[in-house]
Write a protein of this length. Structure first.
Ligand code: BES
Ligand code: ZN
Ligand code: ZN
Length: 503
């Protein structure tokens, strides 16, 4: 699909569909929308006056033009109440409209900045949001579909034109398209990785993909195999991987632009358990297949690193992704086992299904050896986070107010919701073991927080934020710009964080 800018007006477009946004309660058509209404003999305002279309949030009504104008149809798109209008609500509406455009087999679609200026968004942000809405809204994971029965004959949207009437807007419009496209590519990379099954994305395959992506984008990539990880002394990571016949992989990416704004690296760490069966503490079989996405944190930070490089952002980044499977076998770790982490701290494994924090404990300590400016980790870490926040918001926990508030800002700007949970010292008690320095489970209470308290022990004094994406990494149903399956959680958030990063 091509998304292009054009100096033109809606009424001049010979598109299969024109999108016209309408704010609820402000249904008097104006500007380009009014011009089209006149050419359609007032049909749009009739439909509005009849109450059939009220501009309610995400309401979509198709109006066929029967050649009164060059475009085949107009789609009236409800922007909802002004008080609830945000960049994200517009992105959602565009995503829904894009799905409708595809459903009616329209190949070309036009939207205009003049019409959508009523959203109050600046040109660059508006065009970025339109772009993300279309690209992400139309995403489908078809990689493993052979379509032998030819059932999937859907027409794809081929061209989206974003129109502006004022030439002076073109530069900002194009910049928005560029940023929106690159961010969407990153999200799609992460979605694809999360949707691929465990027999396709093994730890080695993830390493290959990361290394290819790095090569394409001027990022350096180092992969540590089992011997390398042993040398580093990552006893916790090794203890998770050893139940599987698939070899583990520790992936390290480094993006170092010519003149970085930071003297010490920003480090991203992502959990990549390419399949989490629970190990000897085996999970129930219901929904176990979804644990193929237990590498979504790793996928997100790999995608963010590639995106930063593609955008040429002036931030020095190191990305660390411990990748392995968590399986039961005669070689697997057993509840009660005690392992020594790279940091020297010992951990009693009381539940082999709490494997994410084990591999992260070593990856986080490894990160501190680079004397970083800050660390952000992303992980599908706890079922408790799904219970607390559902798939609406990512859980955010950390040890540094300043960093926490910058991530929150990036959340507000990118439309990826994050919600902070407390990190009071008292929560640490649950992670104490009778026989080792720590244990890897903290009981039923406050599971997301106790997991984060465990991780905190491995970051030292480094400013650190932990993002628990267990709930947000996967969507059971599609809506707006989301699709069923892996969501690409973390990519828009952290790319925004990097765009705004200034040392
Ligand atoms: N990968 C899971 C967490 C998860 C659960 C992600 C549901 C997405 C959806 C993690 O490894 C896990 O199994 N955590 C356990 C920890 C518990 C044993 C302390 C959990 O949350 O149940
Ligand atoms: Zn687990
Ligand atoms: Zn897991």
């Amino acid at each position: 699909m091509d998304i292009t800018s054009k100096k033109s007006v809606l009424s001049a477009q010979a598109s299969d569909a024109l999108l016209i946004g309408v704010v609820e309660g402000e249904t008097e058509l104006a500007g380009e929308a009014l011009e089209i209404d006149r050419k359609l003999s007032g049909k749009l305002s009739d439909i509005i006056a009849s109450g059939e279309f009220a501009g309610k949030q995400n309401q979509l009504t198709i109006v066929h033009t029967f050649e009164s104008i060059s475009a085949k149809r107009v789609i009236l798109a409800g922007l909802g109440k002004r008080s609830k209008l945000t960049a994200d609500s517009v992105r959602n509406l565009i995503g829904m409209a894009a799905k409708l455009v595809r459903k009616v087999s329209a190949r070309t679609c036009s939207v205009s900045l003049e019409n959508l200026s009523q959203t109050g968004l600046e040109v660059e942000e508006l065009s970025r949001v339109i772009c993300e809405g279309f690209i992400l809204g139309l995403y489908k994971f078809k990689f493993h579909k052979t379509n032998v029965d030819n059932k999937d004959q859907e027409v794809e949207v081929e061209e989206v034109s974003i129109l502006c009437s004022d030439e002076n807007q073109l530069a900002a419009l194009d910049q928005g398209i560029k940023v929106g496209t690159l961010i969407s590519m990153g999200v799609i990379t992460a979605r694809d990785l999360g949707n691929h099954p465990g027999n396709y994305i093994t730890p080695s395959k993830l390493g290959e993909i990361a290394s290819d992506m790095a090569k394409e984008n001027g990022v350096s990539c180092t992969i540590y195999d089992k011997a390398g990880v042993e040398k580093l002394g990552m006893g916790a990571f090794l203890s998770v991987a050893k139940g599987s016949d698939e070899p583990l992989n520790l992936i390290k990416l480094e993006y170092k632009p010519a003149k970085p704004v930071n003297s010490k690296p920003v480090i991203f760490v992502g959990k990549a358990v390419t399949f989490d069966s629970g190990g000897i503490s085996l999970k129930g079989s219901e929904d176990m297949h979804k644990m193929k996405d237990d590498m979504s944190g790793g996928a997100a930070v790999i995608a963010v690193t590639a995106t930063a490089a593609r955008m040429g952002l002036p931030v020095h980044i190191i990305t660390i992704v411990p990748a392995c499977e968590n399986l039961p076998s005669g070689k697997a770790s057993k509840p009660g086992d005690i392992v020594k982490t790279m940091s020297g701290k010992t951990v009693e494994i009381q539940n082999t299904d709490a494997e994410g924090r084990l591999i992260l404990s070593d990856a986080l300590h490894f990160a501190t050896t680079y004397a970083p400016e800050l660390i952000v980790d992303v992980a599908t870490l706890t079922g408790a986070c799904v219970v607390a926040l559902g798939s609406i918001s990512t859980g955010l926990l950390g040890n540094n107010e300043g960093l926490i508030s910058r991530i929150k800002d990036a959340g507000a700007k990118s439309g990826e919701r994050v919600w902070e949970l407390p990190m009071w010292d008292e929560y640490h008690e649950a992670m104490e073991s009778d026989v080792a320095d720590l244990r890897n489970v903290g009981g039923r209470k406050a599971g997301t927080i106790t997991a984060a308290k465990f991780l905190e022990d491995f970051v030292g004094e480094t400013p650190w934020v932990h993002l628990d994406i267990a709930g947000t990494s996967w969507n059971d149903k599609e809506s707006g710009y989301t699709a069923k399956g892996a969501s690409g959680a973390g990519v828009r958030l952290l790319t925004q964080f990097l765009i705004d990063y200034n040392g």
